[in-house]
Design a protein. Structure first.
Length: 179
C-alpha cells in the first residue's frame, strides 16, 4: 500500500521515512537514466539505472500478463545468447577478471524504450521526460517504437532542424516547443 502523495507529487516523509512504491522507483530510475542520457553522462550509470527500472517493471507486469517484451525474448533464447545480452549489466554490477567491455550505448536506449513500453502497459502515462526521449528516439530510429507514440511538433518547426540538435540542446530547446 502506498502513501498518498503530497502536493509536490512526492510521497510524504513521516518520522524520517519515505514510502516508495515499485512504480515510483522504476519511474525515478528510468527518468534519471534518461536525464543522464540527454546530458551525455556516464554510460555505465545510464545502463545500470535503465536495467534496474526494466527489471522492476518486468517483475511488476509479469503477474498481470504485461512483462517486458525484451526480457521475455532474452530469457527464451539459448544460454550463450542470454550471457551476451546481459553482459553489460553484469559487467557494470559485478567484478570480473576482465577490466574492459566493448559496449554499444544503443543497448541502453533499447532497454529504455522497452521499459517505457512496460511502464505504459501497466497503466501509467509516459512522463514529459519519457515523451521527450521517445520523440528523440523516434527521430533517430523511425518506426521502431513498441508503443503508440506519434511525435508532434508545432507548425513551422522542421523535423530535420530538431533532429540535428545535440542531446543537451534537444533537452533545453524542445520542451518549450511542445508546451
Amino acid at each position: 500500500m502506498s502513501a498518498p502523495e503530497s502536493e509536490s507529487g512526492k510521497p510524504p516523509i513521516s518520522n524520517g521515512f519515505v514510502l516508495i512504491t515499485r512504480m515510483d522507483a522504476a519511474r525515478g530510475q528510468l527518468e534519471s537514466a534518461i536525464l543522464l542520457w540527454f546530458l551525455e553522462k556516464d554510460l555505465a550509470s545510464i545502463h545500470t539505472l535503465t536495467v534496474a527500472a526494466q527489471e522492476l517493471l518486468h517483475h511488476t507486469g509479469k503477474p498481470h500478463g504485461k512483462p517486458s517484451r525484451l526480457v521475455s525474448l532474452t530469457k527464451s533464447q539459448p544460454p550463450a545468447f542470454r550471457r551476451w545480452a546481459t553482459e553489460a549489466q553484469n559487467f557494470f554490477k559485478h567484478p570480473k577478471k576482465e577490466g574492459r567491455l566493448l559496449y554499444s550505448p544503443v543497448a541502453a536506449e533499447l532497454v529504455m524504450i522497452d521499459a517505457m513500453a512496460v511502464y505504459e502497459d501497466l497503466g501509467n502515462h509516459l512522463t514529459p521526460l519519457m515523451k521527450l526521449f521517445a520523440l528523440r528516439f523516434a527521430l533517430s530510429y523511425p518506426d521502431t517504437l513498441p508503443f503508440d507514440f506519434t511525435p508532434k511538433l508545432p507548425v513551422g518547426v522542421r523535423v530535420d532542424d530538431v533532429a540535428k540538435l545535440s542531446r543537451a540542446e534537444f533537452l533545453k530547446n524542445v520542451p518549450p516547443l511542445l508546451a
